[in-house]
Design a protein around this ligand. Structure first.
Ligand SMILES: Cc1cc2nc3c(=O)[nH]c(=O)nc-3n(C[C@H](O)[C@H](O)[C@H](O)COP(=O)(O)OP(=O)(O)OC[C@H]3O[C@@H](n4cnc5c(N)ncnc54)[C@H](O)[C@@H]3O)c2cc1C
Length: 505
């Protein structure tokens, strides 16, 4: 029994290759309705998965076995398949998902132990389960990602599955969320994205990745593919490394993409595991801050909170912020900087609980990956205790990233008639009919947010707790600075902390 989860591919899939070598195979995907009802999952994610399943099924059939798609709770499905097929071993990849999938995997583990079914879990990422030594993580990660890709089996002998087990076309009945643009799924698409990036699409990656006008074209757009595993990060990295080697021989101006762009992309693909390792190490950070003092200071936000609703609906009155979230809602993707700004503004300017805003973003992302998402939400909310707290000025971001205001006019049609700087700050000239004034004064809100941070940074236990967070999660690549900079905190905690300046963008 090969259980596909966030690994919807046949290439570089050790569980499939090993199982195919061991005997007849059932290739299984379980559509779990309870998962798709969680507050961090959505129909747009399911739609991408469903398209990827069709692609996986075709790849499996070409090798001799169809994908068996069952709907239900994983243990119940496995129990029924055990009865109908008599399978004797379970193969899958290790998964770092959310708390729900973690609990489900524990239940599957208990079922396998009770039934004496060996469960062979294999690594698909450089994420270390039950890590014993954070200092040794980088070497572990590098070893996993540089290992050779696993060859897909040429032929798979299909085991007989009796009974009606296949899911219908729409097994979940989720309300459709039509997107104005959506990324196609499938292995060929994912490989095509790598190739087009290397053939020239990524030329301006480093310069263009942060502007919403250029990022959709220059970024790799691999995220939903990596999140659902239609291609493995290891295979992507190998393809990039091979292309880089051949480009090294060419003179710089004859290269379709500069080596610096390639290296920047490679670095980001490695960051995936750095973040995911945090959630694997401490699954509770999906629900609580990694730093106990920030958790103690957290005030819950209700779903009907007017600021949360304004932010989620793209009606904060800050045009660039509204354009970013409306564009994300319409397409399912937005670049890193916009994600960081949206989360930072929710936590700092609007004082919202990161759990509420983080769930809104998670649902909007087609590429939702809990292991990246929640640690990024913590980082952009400034409460890890080990990263520089960064606040984004909505007006500065607007002028920097969308100077002509075209992106704003595209996504906030109420401002289509605004010329010049008015598109960035319509409130200055008295506002625009149908578009709200700013939800609060940005400068005063940032000042208040800094004061809230400073109160935590100034606590006598702050540094000791930050040190423990660093020991558990901190990157060992750069020289250690376990406590971030912050001017206010230095004043507040003069004796203990040395923190010059707060990150501001
Ligand atoms: C608040 C917040 C939430 C985020 N949530 C997610 C999420 O749920 N799923 C997700 O895939 N990414 C998430 N990111 C990271 C990043 O924004 C996206 O990976 C990236 O924008 C996807 O576009 P791309 O594939 O074109 O990226 P590229 O820039 O082309 O990067 C290539 C790949 O590297 C990885 N990557 C890129 N940036 C990061 C990063 N900062 N941290 C870790 N890995 C990275 C992704 O797998 C990405 O597909 C989040 C960032 C923030 C600030």
């Amino acid at each position: 029994m090969v259980w596909f989860k966030r690994d919807l591919r046949v290439h570089d899939h050790a569980p499939l290759t090993e199982a195919a070598a061991a005997g007849p195979v059932v290739a299984l995907y379980v559509v779990e309705p309870a998962y798709w009802r969680l507050p961090d999952t959505s129909e747009r994610q399911w739609r991408f998965v469903r398209a990827a399943l069709a692609d996986l099924d075709a790849a499996l059939r070409a090798r001799g076995v169809a994908l068996t798609v069952c709907v239900g709770e994983a243990v119940a499905v496995l129990r029924a398949l055990r009865a109908s097929t008599g399978f004797t071993a379970l193969w899958s990849h290790e998964e770092t998902g959310n708390g729900w999938t973690y609990a489900r995997d524990r239940a599957v583990g208990a079922f396998c132990r009770a039934e004496r079914i060996p469960w062979h879990e294999r690594l698909q990422a450089g994420v270390w389960r039950a890590m014993t030594d954070r200092d040794a993580w980088q070497a572990f990660h590098d070893r996993v990602l540089s290992a050779p890709s696993v060859r897909a089996p040429d032929r798979i002998v299909a085991a007989t599955v009796r009974g009606e087990v296949t899911a219908g076309d729409d097994p979940l009945g989720l309300t459709a969320e039509p997107l104005v643009e959506s990324q196609p799924a499938g292995r060929r698409v994912a490989i095509g994205l790598v190739e087009s990036f290397l053939a020239g699409r990524g030329r301006d990656y480093r310069r263009g990745m942060s502007s919403p006008r250029s990022s959709a074209a220059v970024c790799s757009r691999l995220s939903p593919h990596l999140a659902t595993g239609t291609v493995s990060a290891r295979e992507v990295l190998r393809r990039i490394a091979a292309a880089r080697r051949s480009l090294e021989a060419a003179p710089p101006d004859a290269r379709p993409v500069p080596l610096t762009a390639i290296d920047a992309l490679v670095a980001r693909i490695h960051w995936r595991d750095h973040f995911t390792q945090k959630l694997e190490r401490e699954p509770a950070i999906e629900h609580r801050s990694p730093h106990a003092l920030f958790e103690a200071a957290r005030a819950p936000t209700g779903p009907d909170d007017p600021r949360l609703r304004a932010w989620a609906a793209g009606r904060t009155g800050w045009p660039f912020v509204d354009a970013c979230i409306r564009s994300l809602a319409a397409t399912g993707w937005i670049n890193f900087r916009a994600r960081a700004m949206l989360q930072s503004i929710a936590s700092h300017h609007l004082g919202l609980d990161w759990r509420a805003s983080g769930a809104v973003l998670a649902r909007l992302f087609v590429d939702y990956e809990p292991g990246i998402h929640w640690p990024q939400v913590h980082m952009q909310s400034g409460h890890t205790g080990i990263n520089v707290p960064r606040m984004y000025n909505p007006l500065k971001q607007s002028r920097d990233q969308d100077p002509a205001g075209d992106f704003i006019r595209q996504w906030v049609p109420e401002l289509a008639g605004c010329a010049g700087d008015a598109v960035h700050a319509p409130w200055v000239a008295g506002g625009v009919r149908g578009y709200p004034p700013p939800v609060c004064d940005a400068t005063a809100a940032m000042r208040a947010a800094r004061a809230r941070l400073a109160a935590v940074y100034g606590h006598p236990d702050f540094a000791a707790i930050a040190r423990a967070v660093y020991e558990r999660h901190g990157s060992r690549v750069r020289p250690v600075r376990p406590v971030p900079r912050m001017r206010e905190a230095r004043r507040a905690a003069a004796a203990q902390l040395a923190l010059p300046g707060v990150g501001d963008g």
